[in-house]
Design a protein around this ligand. Sequence first.
Ligand code: NAD
Length: 295
Amino acid sequence: MTQTIGFIGLGNMGGPMAANLVKAGHRVTGYDLAPDARERAAGNGVAVAASAAEAVAAAGTVVTMLPAGRHVLDAYGELTAAAPSGALFVDCSTIAVGDARVAADLARVAGHRAVDAPVSGGVAGAEAAGLTFMVGADAADFADAEPLLAAMGRRVVHCGGSGAGQAAKICNNMILGVSMIAVSEAFVLGESLGLSHQALFDVASTASGQCWALTANCPVPGPVPASPANRDYAAGFAATLMAKDLGLAADAATASAVPAELGRRAAELYAAFAQDEGAGLDFSAIITTLREGAA
Ligand code: NAD
């Protein structure tokens, strides 16, 4: 069924996601602060509004894809006032669990419904409608959001109530950040022991060291031709985004009094890396700093 959607945040992820909603036959009105993002969206069939409020004025569903929690909370003030009563608010940005719950409360207090639905899959997944959505919502709101999310992704998982989607996202990315460091340390140790990259890969990829960081995003060139290591670590999944997600995980661990010692250490290493030589690179490039430490 055709829906009227207001889409706020038409950047690297939001742009192609909005385009996929248009392709699925929905009426999408979008807004972004950046003129080039607005132009690209217009080229993909999105009706571009003059303001965020105008974009959602007739929307049954409001999708946000913004950089961080403060952008979402700022925008929700204006959006919840402008959208028609009972609109379904779907925030796909990666933000703190606590911020997601505050955003959902803002929507509900204004007479709307709310879902947090962060994604995994990156820009390639957004373009190919191949994202995984992790959803925090009650059962009725999840049922309403699911068909729209399915038009932008391949998998839609209901993780629990408000904030549960964000919780799943940061827990998953904590696994990924820690495992990328573990894989990188193993390659650096292997190098110093005279082990070839291919030999370590052939063993670990079919043994108990197997994981996505090794078999899909291998941090050394060679064994996995499609991994960013083969193209000078062009992202991929940017180190800055990994640093952001690990920071959210570390903050959540502190708030919940969970030690998460490796997750916190990974957050520190990625924060330093993303600020320095890792800015703009894929997160697997952290192996270069770990190797420098070894030398
Ligand atoms: P981006 O910076 O490319 O896009 C964000 C867009 O929001 C920008 O175009 C910006 O102009 C716009 N914006 C900011 N404030 C606004 C406002 N008040 N009103 C309207 N537009 C506004 O970022 P992105 O890569 O698209 O990421 C978006 C979110 O998705 C982030 O939370 C990120 O952590 C998450 N995410 C990104 C990836 C990825 O690979 N890029 C993967 C998974 C999740």
